[in-house]
Design a protein. Structure first.
Lengths: 410, 303
């Protein structure tokens, strides 16, 4: 029974292969590769990113494909599951390049995986546009073929420091009187965030009253919050992925912490509004992107339009907000399209140079790469949870709402 | 160093902080003690060191979380997780543990390690890798000017842990099965000679352990958070507590659990929260060194 079936499969596959060039609007296929986390601890976000890639590819196809010279192409991505493990990611990158002969790569999910894969793409001189690795340690290695559309991690909460300084001045105090408490997880990403905050706080001459590192398997941060209660800082910074966000929001309300400004990361991933309701009120959350921002481009339209069309294409997101991980993945594909069209060839060196010269406004924000490959044109966004909604409060130029300060604990 | 001295001086400046640390430590320790007791049971009776202990805890947490999401009152999650995990523990016993119980230590470690990986990955596939928790709509008690806060949810968790522990103790003391388990732990061969079906005792013990872990997980999801890959944290603490307390010694396990809870909180306050677990492991080391010295003395006296 098995043999005839597989024969049938072969026949089907063959007929598809023959039919393919003729059917898809006479566009040829342009293959990209990506090792991405479909299982393991990064699976949720890995799948968000993959959906973002696929959505952008479909959009480009609908808009007539990628035009290189007088030919047109449609993207096709070969995905492998890296199981959220760095060594696996590196092996799969080798396989994509050596066996599948992939010439261009889309990034994996997380800084750690990107760090594992970047040396491989660098070795084979394969241009990689990544959307999910924000650690700044990716951009001081002198990589020439790595480009990231997102803001680097030291920027994540630095804007909260600026906001605290502004608020201090408004209330007639000097920014140097602001006391800051920092609690971040002991991993490269969160330590970058801490470095960014300390750097900016240093610029204002602010006093750091608590500076602690959360353990990776944190389940309780009451010891830090007790100190916060005693030392009364004006700004509390917490970053510890979704576990840190959930623990912080729950215990901040349990311990009635009355710090006037609290900024954390991963609010959406931990669904702090859904899980903790009013306890999460007036907390500031950093994000790469929000659908209420006034960015737009010719392919996806406005940020709001992207959100709407994406929900139409992936109905499992209908009930929730589209995560920024998805938006930036789509932006990465858009960067490739733009670069291919400007390069006018499939030569990977020409494409790399075209990517390096990208100067693009997208629904996700402006994209322009530094010589190290990170995007220096897009600021981080701070949103505040106001009555259960995420409202953009900084940067003020693109903000839709005013910040509630001091926050009123409930 | 300055920070450490500053933190110590805070303890003297605001004495009430000590109380807060002790209360927090007791609440944490009480819940850790639960899964540690299950581990001690399996270790003592079957000589299986269950590395999947923490994953049973997390699985119990997911049972409670999933049912709460489906509209069941969250507190009911504790008994339900107990029952469901009993079943899962029985399946795990029949499929895996029963085959390695007579083998050497290394085989059972490998088997339970494999079990841990499979369970974590299955939870990940079933429920996704996001952090989950249940928020109970209870108030928080504030004592001493709000310095000591006792969330009623946490208090309920501790009370349930205590009730469960008491239930298990009574069961072990008074029921026939409890007696059979204790007899098997003392000498499995003698127990068999006296007509105890040790195979049944083993499967019962392992299921009971899984059930205790499940209940602990259901409590944990109400007071902290769970994620498919956080089992290892609970495994490590269980091992620390059991090694410190010794096997078959429930009061010892509870005391060690509470003590480690308090020590961790003090450590976190003085050295920074990053060292919280280091304190627990350091304590374990001290206990082991102390035990070793004790044993050496005894050996010498035998000569």
């Amino acid at each position: 029974m098995k043999k005839p079936l597989s024969l049938l499969g072969c026949a089907l596959g063959a007929s598809l292969l023959v039919a393919n060039p003729a059917s898809a609007m006479d566009c040829e296929t342009l293959t990209l590769g990506s090792a991405i986390s479909l299982t393991g601890k990064y699976a949720t976000n890995g799948i968000h990113a993959k959906n973002g890639y696929e959505f952008a590819i479909q959009k480009i196809k609908d808009a007539g494909g990628v035009k290189i010279g007088d030919k047109c192409y449609n993207f096709n991505v070969i995905y492998y599951d890296d199981e959220s493990k760095g060594d696996r990611g590196a092996t799969l990158a080798e396989r994509l390049i050596n066996q599948d002969k992939v010439q261009y790569m889309l990034g994996p999910y997380s800084s750690g995986l990107t760090k594992a894969i970047a040396p491989v793409t660098e070795k084979y001189q394969i241009p990689m546009v990544e959307a999910e690795g924000a650690s700044r340690s990716l951009f001081n290695q002198g990589y020439k073929y790595l480009f990231a559309v997102l803001s680097t991690s030291e920027q994540y909460l630095a804007s909260a420091v600026t906001l605290a300084a502004e608020k201090a001045e408004e209330s007639g105090k000097t920014p140097s009187s602001v006391k800051v408490a920092v609690a971040v997880e002991n991993d490269p990403f969160s330590l970058d965030i801490r470095a960014g905050v300390l750097e900016d706080a240093g610029r204002y001459d602010m006093q750091i009253v608590v500076d602690e590192q959360l353990p990776r398997d944190l389940s309780d941060m009451s010891a830090i919050l007790t100190k916060v209660k005693l030392l009364k800082p004006d700004l509390l910074i917490v970053s510890g992925h979704s576990k840190g966000a959930a623990t912080a929001v729950r215990q901040i309300s349990e311990q009635k912490i009355s710090t006037p400004m609290i900024a954390i990361t991963h609010c959406e991933a931990a669904d702090v509004v859904g899980n903790f309701g009013e306890s999460a009120n007036d907390i500031l959350c950093s994000t790469q992107w929000a659908e209420t921002l006034s960015y737009e481009d010719p392919l996806f339209g406005t940020a709001a339009n992207y959100e709407m069309e994406f929900k139409g294409a992936f109905t499992e997101y209908a009930e929730k907000t589209v995560p920024y991980q998805t938006a930036q993945a789509s932006a990465a594909v858009y960067v490739f399209k733009d670069a291919f069209e400007r390069a006018g060839s499939l030569d990977k060196e020409a494409v790399r140079d075209a990517i390096a010269e990208t100067d693009l406004m997208t629904f996700y924000g402006a994209i322009r790469f530094s010589e190290f490959g990170n995007n220096i044109a897009k600021p981080m966004v701070l949103r505040q949870i106001q009555d259960g909604k995420y409202n953009v409060v900084a940067p003020s130029k693109f903000a839709s709402h005013k910040v509630n300060w001091p926050r009123t604990p409930k | 160093m300055d920070q450490i001295l500053g933190n110590i001086s805070l303890l003297f400046q605001f004495p009430v902080v000590n109380l807060k640390i002790v209360v927090d430590g007791l609440m944490i320790g009480a819940i850790f003690a639960l899964s540690a007791y299950g581990l001690a049971l399996v270790w003592g009776v079957m000589n299986v060191k269950n590395l999947a202990q923490g994953d049973f805890v997390i699985a119990g947490g997911y049972v409670a979380w999933w049912l709460a999401k489906k509209g069941m009152p969250p507190l009911l999650g504790v008994p339900v997780a107990f029952v469901v995990m009993w079943g899962l523990g029985w399946i795990a016993y029949k499929l895996v543990i029963a085959r390695v119980i007579e083998r050497d230590l290394f085989t059972s470690l490998l088997a339970t390690f494999g079990l841990a990986i499979i369970m974590a990955q299955m939870l990940n596939l079933l429920f996704g890798s996001d952090t989950q928790s249940i928020q109970l709509q209870y108030d928080t008690l504030y004592l001493f000017d709000g310095f000591v806060d006792i969330p009623i949810a946490k208090l309920l968790g501790v009370l349930m842990a205590a009730a469960l522990a008491a239930g298990v103790v009574l069961f072990m003391k008074n029921s026939r099965m409890g007696q059979a388990i204790r007899a098997t732990a003392q000498d499995a061969r003698a127990a068999r000679v006296l007509g105890i079906d040790t195979e049944k005792v083993y499967s019962f013990t392992f299921s009971l352990n899984a059930a205790i872990c499940g209940a602990a997980g259901a409590i944990i999801v109400m007071v902290w958070v769970i994620q498919p890959f956080y089992g290892i944290t609970h495994s490590v603490r269980s091992f620390v507590i059991v090694t410190a307390a010794g096997l078959g010694n429930l009061p010892g396990v509870i005391a060690a659990g509470l003590g480690i809870g308090i020590a961790e909180q003090y450590g976190a306050h003085i050295f920074g929260i990053g060292y919280q677990q280091a304190i627990a492991v350091l304590l374990l080391l001290l206990v082991l060194v102390f035990r070793l010295i004790q044993q050496r003395r005894m050996r010498q006296s035998l000569k």
